[in-house]
Design a binder for this molecule. Structure first.
Ligand code: TPP
Ligand code: MG
Length: 805
């Protein structure tokens, strides 16, 4: 058997297994309320590309991202290579089984990149290659990996693909190869015309090497025959819809369809051939011709200083009766078609999931290749010790963004820690206070670059030793880059501590990539800054509201929003340790649940004295523990401690309320607490430093109660911050919804104040007034909460739900 014959035979088996896996899930699993689904046509489209790649091109260290709806092909390949147990083949799309789309964290076999949201799959290995380039430059070259993406042609409609291709941080990556499954079909349709000219021009303009694998060897031979150019011209100029419609027809009808409108020379050229031979010839596309594909892959390897893209012309539904059908995206073969496919693949009906026998040429080939792509996990850990704080005493007034910049810069003074720190930003590094860090460590570029600026304050030194990666203005690219850097341990055997910054209102522009990072198990820190209405004069388009909810709700992500510099210092150091993969003394069990550490910060200067009072009252150890757990009592409204000289000790039995707040709005909250004290109300102020962690801890106890059918206990973090029940007002420079759960956790009435409308220009006080976050409104909110507490009491709510008033 020649090598090509062996590969062809493997390809037929891959097609069979992939299609049958989907078929089994749909026809043999007990039916549920909705169909199971799966993509037989999209999978068939890629069996050639993927067989050639895995069985004749990949090396052990290469990393590949696979088009989501071709996951069955990947599982079939992993199975044939010995990297997946047979039992899994009947579990596609079932709970605990093979995931619908390749999942790095949930699939049992080797998956290098999770995919699902089209467009992100191709971008991920590109950024991973950029991260590898960074790692090689800083920690020494590791074994060469090629970073490969297999993508659908309609994925090129996604804007993030082009953002990734054009980012300066991704230029010149010679170890990147994208293979476009160029079947000229998307979900809905056969795509009229094709945009190959536009796309190849765009790739070339971005410095990519472009290869088209259009015709198989049979067609190439026919073109070389006398008159062959007529055939070539006819195929090239025929409308795509007509060409696609040929695939699904019986051979006689297919030949007739192909020849509709064709010049006489073409009819003539095909006349000696039988219908099956003629159709096999005119549908011989390069994306199913293994030698042509391997030639293309090799030509990409030869381009060592630019990324490459291969346009592999394929047939959606190749080898299946649904080939080329405009409605084939979710079409499923019936039992008869499955039987025919099985017979065609030479598979024993009594042992239809079988691998090749060990002694067959295919079996030997699979075993040898399969050894290369078993799952390996790197476990190297980071050698540095992360301090619990930078010990910098803040000035009397400081904004969290400014403190953040100083803390990151201070951390880089620690020579053990510095090498692992890497920052990145989408053209907002200086305006988010990364300047100090960048001045110390420089900006990363693959080669040395001369600086032409004479500005003594901003030293934008560029070169291979720099530790800041500057991106174009693309928040999507920011999160893709952070996602790649944050997976450096398993992609490069080199842990890093990535820190990104972004204007908080624009976090949502990169949201899908942020989700992808967390979904992929990446660990990084991101500061959304300035957040809320801090950019008051800039108007509504520069103010953020729902990001606090996003940060609280996104799995794998934890939102911090401290108001004071020392709290930020503790939280940030703790986050650095978590991202570095080092267990911390606070909630070490959270290590796996908290991957992305998201800080909402502000440039609004905040007086630090209230924090210093609380610190003296509680002591360093206690306040730090509470800050890290998510909340602490900033002001004890009873004034029972000497530090509250500026407050007025209330009378015994006075009504009590909690003012619960986050971040930049704290001055208004403290002023409201003072006013309430004047009114004879006990107003405790609780500073929620980490809304995300506080919520998670509450949810953990709730879930525990649900699972064990017991009464939920209040987690220690909430109990410490709210030692007594009382109505509460939450105050947040973000959607009022984000903190509105606290009342229900405490069993207390709550008034939630926040920003629930689009913003506008003004000063911060103007806007806080407009959104009812000024101190007067907070006082009114407190009185409203108290009266809610009373009226609930009147309706006979249980004792422990009533206010202590
Ligand atoms: C962001 C996103 N939008 C929509 C979808 C739904 N979807 C899945 S596949 C697909 C069509 C993709 O076409 P193409 O990439 O050409 O692959 P083919 O169908 O040809 O296999 C769409 C719209 C998705 N998975 N992700
Ligand atoms: Mg397509």
């Amino acid at each position: 058997m020649s090598d090509v014959d062996t590969l062809e035979s493997i390809q037929r088996r891959v097609l069979w297994l992939a299609v049958r896996m989907i078929d089994h899930a749909n026809r043999e699993r007990p039916p549920g309320a909705v169909k199971v689904g799966g993509h037989q046509a999209s999978s068939a489209s890629l069996v050639g590309v993927m067989t050639a790649l895995w069985f004749a091109h990949l090396d052990e260290a290469d990393k590949v991202s696979v088009k989501p709806h071709a996951s069955p092909v990947l599982h079939a390949i992993n199975y044939l290579g010995g990297g997946l147990d047979r039992d899994y083949l009947t579990t596609l799309r079932s709970f605990g089984g093979l995931q619908a789309y390749p999942s790095l964290t949930k699939d049992p076999d080797r998956i290098d990149f999770s995919t699902g949201s089209v467009g992100l799959g191709p971008a991920a290995p590109l950024f991973a290659a950029a991260a590898r380039r960074y790692v090689d430059a800083h920690f020494g070259e590791r074994e060469r990996s090629r970073f490969i993406a297999i993508l659908g042609d309609a994925e090129l409609d996604e804007g993030n693909v082009w953002e990734a291709v054009s980012d300066p941080a991704n230029t010149g990556l010679g170890n990147v190869m994208w293979i476009v499954d160029f079947n000229r079909q998307s979900l809905d349709r056969v795509i009229p015309g094709t945009r190959i000219g536009q796309w190849t021009a765009q790739f070339r303009a971005a410095g990519w090497h472009v290869v088209e694998v259009k015709y198989g060897k049979r067609l190439q031979r026919a073109f070389a025959m006398p008159g062959g150019e007529h055939l070539r011209n006819w195929i090239d100029y025929m409308p795509n819809e007509q060409y696609q419609s040929v695939f699904g027809l019986e051979t006689a009808a297919a030949r007739a369809r192909f020849l509709e409108g064709a010049p006489a020379e073409v009819v003539q050229l095909l006349s000696p051939l039988s219908d099956p031979d003629a159709v096999a010839l005119v549908t011989d596309l390069g994306g199913h011709d293994l030698p042509s594909l391997l030639d293309a892959y090799a030509s990409c390897d030869a381009h060592t200083d630019s990324p490459s893209v291969v346009f592999a012309y394929t047939i959606k539904g190749w080898g299946l009766p649904i080939a080329g059908n405009p409605r084939n995206h979710s079409a499923l073969l019936d039992a008869t078609a499955i039987k025919t496919l099985r017979a065609g693949a030479g598979v024993d009906p009594d042992d239809e999931w079988a691998r090749f026998t060990d002694t067959s040429p295919e079996g030997r080939w699979c075993a040898e290749r399969g050894r290369l792509w078993r799952r390996s996990r790197f476990t190297s850990s980071l050698s540095a010790v992360v301090p619990t704080s930078t010990r910098r005493r803040p000035g009397a007034e400081v904004a969290t963004q400014e403190a953040f910049g100083r803390i990151v810069s201070d951390l880089s003074r620690d020579e053990d820690l510095r090498p692992f720190l890497v920052t990145t930003a989408p053209d907002v590094a200086t305006s988010t206070n990364l300047g100090g860090f960048i001045n110390r460590v420089g900006v990363f570029t693959p080669g040395p670059r001369r600086s032409w600026t004479d500005d003594a304050l901003v030293k934008w030194r560029e070169g291979p030793s720099g530790q800041h990666i500057e991106l174009g203005i693309s928040e999507m690219n920011l999160f893709m880059m952070l996602g790649a850097l944050g997976r450096s341990r398993d992609l490069n055997d080199q842990p890093l501590i990535p820190i990104g910054t972004v204007y908080d209102p624009f976090v949502l522009r990169g949201l899908d990539a942020l989700i992808h990072g967390a979904y992929s198990g990446s660990r990084f820190i991101v500061a959304g800054t300035p957040s809320g209405v801090t950019l008051a004069p800039e108007g509504g388009a520069h103010q953020s509201t729902i990001t606090a909810s996003v940060g609280t709700e996104l799995p794998g992500t934890v939102l911090h929003e401290p108001a004071f510099a020392s709290a930020l210092d503790w939280l940030l150091c703790d986050s650095v340790a978590r991202v570095a993969g080092l267990a911390t003394e606070t909630a070490p069990d959270l290590l796996s649940a908290e991957l992305v550490q998201y800080f909402r910060l502000s440039t609004r200067p905040i007086e630090q004295d209230a924090f210093e009072y609380a610190r003296r009252r509680l002591g360093d150890a206690v306040i730090r523990r509470q800050v890290l757990a998510g909340a602490y009592r900033l002001v004890d409204g009873r004034g029972s401690t000497p530090d509250l000289a500026r407050r007025h000790a209330p009378e015994w039995g006075a009504p009590t309320v909690h003012l619960v707040a986050c971040g930049a709005v704290m001055p208004e909250v403290l002023a409201a607490a003072d006013e309430l004290a004047h009114e004879g109300v006990v107003a405790h102020v609780v500073d929620v430093t980490s809304p995300g962690r506080l919520y998670r801890s509450w949810q953990r106890t709730v879930r525990q109660a649900v699972r064990t059918a017991t009464t939920p206990s209040l987690p220690g973090s909430l109990r410490a911050a709210f030692p007594e029940p009382a109505p509460l007002v939450s105050i947040h420079d973000a959607s009022s919804h984000a903190l509105s759960w606290i009342g229900s956790a405490l069993g207390a009435p709550q008034v939630a104040l926040g920003v629930d409308e689009f913003g506008q220009s003004g000063t911060i006080p103007d806007l806080y007034r407009a959104h009812d976050l000024d101190s007067g409104s907070i006082v009114n909110g407190a009185l409203a909460a108290l009266s809610l507490g009373d009226s609930i009491g009147d309706r006979g709510w249980p004792e422990n739900h009533r206010s202590t008033a």
